[in-house]
Design a protein around this ligand. Structure first.
Ligand code: 5GP
Length: 253
């Protein structure tokens, strides 16, 4: 088979040229990093789980009319996606205080926020993805005011969907990060959810016990990351077949 052209390699994923113009193949690695690469490990099977989970969330979003870059899953570690212009922002939605917000404001983790809060970080590893106000984003031309209005409503719709799906399986969606891409259709730009949605980019706590089921398990040395992600996948019914044997559904005539 001809070698594929690598377009980009990040900390957790690789992008290859896709089979048709305007497409890419997104490969999920097993690498885990935290603290902007300061802590690194390889977690067996993480890429397989994140590929499945991201497929599950992206197809769910599409089923309620939220556009995403996802086309289809190709195999255990790869999915076909649309080639988008990534807006250089991390769009973070928070329902409860945690992580950098809790630290910055001296809040107790888990404090319920008065309403979902959307914030933006400038995507730049060397700078550690600094939080930026809308004023910077518009002044530096990373996105227009119209884009930002659209991104906020997109992010809040994603939040409603993900919070509901997670609540249904006993998981609290504390916060998450998405990336947004721009695609051009007949000279008109359209914003779509891009990158991935997985426990790497969300904070997920068990509703009953508060147990963390996300990348904080790795960031804070709280136990097995693959056990946590497997639990999320198990609850959502999206475990890959070689990880465990799901009972077959009973067919009723
Ligand atoms: P915080 O700003 O509290 O560190 O993160 C807020 C949310 O965004 C968390 O769910 C976290 O996992 C996610 N997040 C923030 N930055 C990144 C990043 O660089 N990569 C990934 N995968 N997720 C991030």
């Amino acid at each position: 088979m001809a070698r594929r052209k690598k377009v980009y390699e990040g900390k957790a994923k690789i992008l290859y040229e896709g089979p048709e113009p305007g497409t890419l193949v997104q490969y999920f690695k097993d690498d885990a990093t935290a603290g902007n690469g300061a802590k690194k490990d390889v977690i067996d099977g993480k890429g397989v789980l994140n590929n499945r989970l991201s497929e599950f969330f992206m197809t769910g979003l599409q089923s309620i009319g939220i556009p995403t870059h996802f086309i289809r899953r190709l195999n255990m570690r790869e999915q076909l996606i649309r080639h988008v212009e990534i807006i250089p922002l991390e769009v973070i939605v928070r329902n409860f205080a945690a992580g950098s917000m809790a630290k910055r404001l001296g809040m107790e983790e888990g404090t319920v926020l008065p309403r979902p809060i959307v914030e933006f970080s400038y995507k730049n590893d060397e700078l550690g993805d600094p939080l930026v106000p809308e004023e910077y984003i518009i002044a530096f031309g990373w996105a227009t005011q119209q884009d930002l209005d659209d991104i906020v409503s997109l992010a809040l719709r994603v939040n409603d969907f993900l919070s509901g799906v997670m609540h249904g399986v006993g998981i609290k969606l504390v916060d998450f990060k998405i990336e947004v891409g721009r695609i051009w259709e007949n000279d008109y730009p359209r914003l779509v959810v891009a990158d991935e949605i997985s426990p790497d980019s969300c904070r997920l706590w068990d509703v009953e016990t508060g147990t963390k089921l996300d990348k904080d398990v790795f960031r804070r040395d709280l136990g097995s990351l693959s056990d946590a992600y497997t639990e999320v996948a198990r609850r959502l019914g999206v475990l890959p077949s070689n990880v465990t044997h799901r009972p077959k559904p009973t067919l009723i005539n």
